[in-house]
Design a protein around this ligand. Structure first.
Ligand SMILES: NC(=O)c1ccc[n+]([C@@H]2O[C@H](COP(=O)([O-])OP(=O)(O)OC[C@H]3O[C@@H](n4cnc5c(N)ncnc54)[C@H](OP(=O)(O)O)[C@@H]3O)[C@@H](O)[C@H]2O)c1
Length: 259
């Protein structure tokens, strides 16, 4: 049974730029009611302007995903708009950090884990009572190829996405009999604002990734995975090559990554 976008009630975190921004647009265009979440209110107002024709189906909550009060406001709104039901939650908000673990602070590790891992868990916990009343409900967790294969200088980020991956697999099995699907989406490098907002990273330090998808394309593939109620998708060819090479020949990939 496919997920039906038209008429669905959805929460999307990290909606003020990049993948989340485009996903909100595409969901609203498809007929969904969307509750968008992010800290930058101006950006969310801009997004509402962009989807002006359908703006009555676009609502937002401004705040930090790690704040329980923000989560509570979003759930209340979803409960009201969906009349007790929620069909989709997309845990997309995320942050990165670049640089050796040894030189980084404890705060950096804790912040990355709070935003990228603990927040998706707690948003999902809060959403589950509503999702149980949804139509073919989906929990979509936006991870990364770095949640399948770790690389140097992104240790905290990789750890957070590995945690999201493991938790998603476990939750999917737990929820299988309820009909709620957990869809884990793993993009590769995406040309969003992501690298402008890395935490506690020296100016001028760049990610070494090659090739990238636009956030619009990542959002489109994410939506396709949600509609098909897939368990897991690795989006780019390069991402698939890295993940499958690591499964077949981990020592070889270790050698390449160390260089
Ligand atoms: N870009 C890549 O290369 C790449 C690759 C693989 C996976 N991903 C994953 O894709 C997801 C989306 O990233 P993106 O590329 O679209 O980056 P982006 O353009 O930087 O978007 C990140 C979004 O998350 C929100 N956000 C960050 N911290 C937040 C917080 N504490 N509370 C609320 N919202 C928060 C930001 O909004 P505010 O700043 O307004 O709060 C923004 O809307 C992330 O989970 C990321 O890990 C990205």
């Amino acid at each position: 049974m496919k997920f039906q976008v038209d008429g669905a009630v959805a929460i999307v975190t990290g909606a003020s730029s990049g993948i989340g921004w485009h996903l909100c647009r595409q969901l609203v265009q498809g007929g969904a009611v969307v509750i968008a979440v992010a800290r930058r209110e101006q950006r969310l107002l801009q997004l509402r302007e962009e989807i002006a024709n359908d703006s009555d189906r676009f609502q937002f909550v401004v705040g930090d995903v790690t704040d329980a009060a923000v989560r509570g406001r979003a759930m209340e709104l979803a409960n009201r708009l969906g009349d007790g039901r929620l069909d989709l939650i997309v845990n997309n908000a995320g942050v990165g950090a670049i640089g050796p673990f040894e030189l980084a602070s404890e705060e950096r590790l804790r912040r990355i884990m709070e935003v990228n891992f603990f927040a998706p868990c707690e948003w999902t916990r809060a959403a589950l009572p509503l999702l149980h009343r949804g139509r073919n409900s989906v929990i979509c967790n936006v991870s990364s190829v770095l949640g399948h294969r770790a690389v140097p200088d992104k240790s905290e980020y990789c750890a957070s996405k590995f945690a999201l991956h493991g938790w998603s697999d476990s939750l999917r099995a737990e929820l299988a009999s309820s009909g709620i699907q957990v869809t884990l989406v793993s993009p590769s490098t995406t040309s969003s604002e992501f690298f402008d907002s890395v935490i506690d990273t020296q100016a001028g330090v760049k990610s070494k990734s090659v090739g990238s998808w636009t956030p619009e394309r990542v959002a489109r593939s994410t939506l396709a995975a949600i509609v098909a109620r897939r368990s897991e998708v690795i989006l780019s060819l390069g991402g698939k090559a890295l993940v499958y090479a690591d499964r077949i020949a981990p020592s070889l990939v270790n050698f390449v990554v160390q260089r």
